[in-house]
Design a protein around this ligand. Structure first.
Ligand code: FAD
Ligand code: NAD
Length: 481
């Protein structure tokens, strides 16, 4: 082990997922020397075991679901999906789990890459254990940004370690189709993976411990997705959880799952889609007075305020503000400018919607669930408005009534809901459920972040016949109610 190898940079970034890459890009662009430390693949969870592979699995599924309903096109797409071809496409979209392309980008951006496991080692210091067993010590003049992301959280089920269960990693990278797949947890990962694997040919059982799918969203989102999943042949069960599971034949055979309602399910694979935990248990948090394994709490400038000196930042999944790639990248752009501003000795501008404040994390986090139908959400839900004591008007519209929706897919089923702040008369929340609504979401995001007065929205004319006409119908519904 060599420890004399000390390198000094302006900024050290731990974790080269989408968020770490963007922090490093911004600080380098601001003229600060930056090193990024990565223990696995440059590109992070999103590129290899999350967004990219899952959407590569889902795109053929959703396109086919639309196409079989379009007259004239239906005979051409009636047969089953070619699962092997879809998996091969997914492999390509995950760059075959090689990061050469992203390493090339890091170099071209002028960022230094150090492969190895990074750990904080006191103020502004990071110790990196490299793959060949060396230890490299890094010192930061200005900032250390922790961007180590999250991993699947498993429930405390006795014997779970002997189950060879799937997490989101296996569910997005499996090379073979399980005949029977049981999915525990009906959040976003659970429903997307149920949609993908059922359509590829597995028999999926989806177990929700709540009374609906995706319980944090408007209830109609889960209801519409449940309808379609059941039509596709999936067994969707509510108010049930797993109390035991074991692999038979000395751990080599099928999985037998015992349910809280006394039932039993037999499957080839079991996926736990039961939420996320921060990757912070072994990153030296104790050396700066923080508790290993905790989420990294920050203020709106992404600074870890529990550590004095404004040098430590927590960006992306690891801070739990909003577990999405796009939102983490937004935080990264802000953290980058905060770090650069502080390095130049500038006064930060941290007011609401100001350049150094990630206000959108609190008011307008967009998300699209790529199921049939798609679910697109931004801002508040009714339950969240009630919980936080916000007075809102709620306006609903059945998207299937629109000419544009029927053109899109004759059997169109979907619903839109907007929430309008009663005092300020601006939109503060939107949920669209229906085929193709993902591309509609940015309009709502702009309405919320721009605080566009509802009266002005009458002048934002949606083209005919598009699904965007839902905005006009929502305004008319409100006027006529
Ligand atoms: C199945 C699934 C599908 C998803 N789909 C979407 C989607 O469609 N759209 C969307 O916006 N979000 C999606 N997400 C969420 C998205 O993947 C995350 O929000 C995003 O990856 C977070 O980026 P990050 O850079 O913070 O963390 P990560 O992507 O997890 O990257 C963290 C990086 O840090 C590295 N690292 C960790 N510890 C250390 C250490 N000690 N030293 C060195 N390196 C370290 C890791 O190896 C990793 O490369 C999905 C998540 C899952 C699980
Ligand atoms: N399309 C996208 O943008 C996309 C796709 C996938 C994931 N993501 C992100 O990843 C995050 C994580 O997704 P997720 O689905 O893993 O988490 P989640 O928190 O959305 O859902 C987890 C679900 O598992 C259930 N659960 C937890 N413990 C359980 C147990 N012991 N038994 C039964 N059920 C249990 C919870 O009640 C919850 O419904 C999401 O919040 C989202 O931000 C985004």
């Amino acid at each position: 082990m060599t420890t004399e190898n000390i390198r000094t940079y302006d900024v050290i970034v731990i974790g080269a997922g989408p968020v770490g890459e963007n922090v490093a890009d911004r600080t380098t662009a601001a003229g600060l020397s930056t090193v990024i430390v990565e223990s696995e693949l440059v590109g992070g969870e999103c590129s290899y075991w999350a967004c990219e592979p899952s959407k590569a699995l889902l795109r053929p599924v959703l396109l086919r679901a639309d196409a079989v309903q379009v007259p004239g096109l239906d005979p051409a797409v009636k047969g089953p999906l070619d699962a092997e071809a879809v998996l091969a496409h997914r492999n390509r979209m995950s760059a075959d789990w090689k990061d050469d392309g992203q390493v090339e980008w890091v170099k071209s951006a002028g960022i230094d890459l150090l492969r190895g496991h990074g750990r904080l080692a006191g103020e502004r210091e990071v110790s990196v254990e490299t793959p060949d067993g060396d230890t490299v010590r890094l010192r930061a003049r200005h900032a250390v940004a922790v961007c180590t992301g999250s991993r699947a959280a498993l429930p405390p089920l006795p014997g779970i370690e002997n189950l060879r269960s799937w997490t989101s990693r296996e569910a997005t990278s499996a090379q073979q189709l399980p005949q029977r797949l049981v999915i525990v947890g009906a959040g976003v990962v659970g429903v997307e993976m149920a949609t993908a694997w059922q359509a590829l040919g597995s028999r999926v059982t989806l177990l929700a411990r709540e009374s609906g799918l995706m319980p944090r969203m408007e209830p109609f989102a889960g209801e519409l997705v449940t309808e379609r999943l059941r039509e596709a042949g999936a067994d969707v069960r509510f108010n049930v959880s797993v109390v035991g599971a074991e692999r038979v034949d000395g751990g080599e055979g099928e999985v037998r799952v015992t349910l809280s309602d006394g039932g039993e399910i037999v499957a080839d694979e079991i996926l736990f889609a039961t939420g996320r935990a921060p990757r912070s248990e072994d990153i030296g948090l104790d050396t700066v007075g923080l508790k290993p394994g905790d989420w990294l709490a920050t203020d709106d400038s992404l600074t870890v305020t529990a550590v004095p000196g404004n040098w430590l930042y927590g960006v992306g999944d690891v801070n739990r503000r909003a577990l999405f790639t796009h939102q983490g990248k937004y935080q990264a752009r802000i953290a980058g400018s905060v770090i650069a501003g502080r390095a130049r000795g500038e006064q930060l501008d941290v007011g609401r919607w100001a350049p150094h404040s990630s206000t959108a994390d609190l008011e307008a986090v967009p998300g699209v669930v790529f199921t049939d139908p798609e679910v697109a959400t931004v801002g508040l839900t009714v339950r969240e408005a009630e919980r936080t004591g916000r007075a809102v008007e709620v306006v609903d519209y059945e998207i299937g009534h629109l000419a544009g929706a029927v053109q899109y897919r004759p059997d169109y089923r979907g619903r839109a809901r907007i929430l309008i702040d009663r005092d300020r008369q601006v939109v503060v929340g939107a949920t669209f459920v229906g085929p193709g609504v993902g591309e509609l979401l940015y309009s709502a995001t702009v309405a919320i972040t721009g605080e566009v007065p509802v009266e002005r929205l009458w002048h934002a004319v949606p083209a005919f016949p598009t699904i965007s006409e839902v905005w006009l119908r929502l305004l008319e519904t409100r006027r006529d109610s």
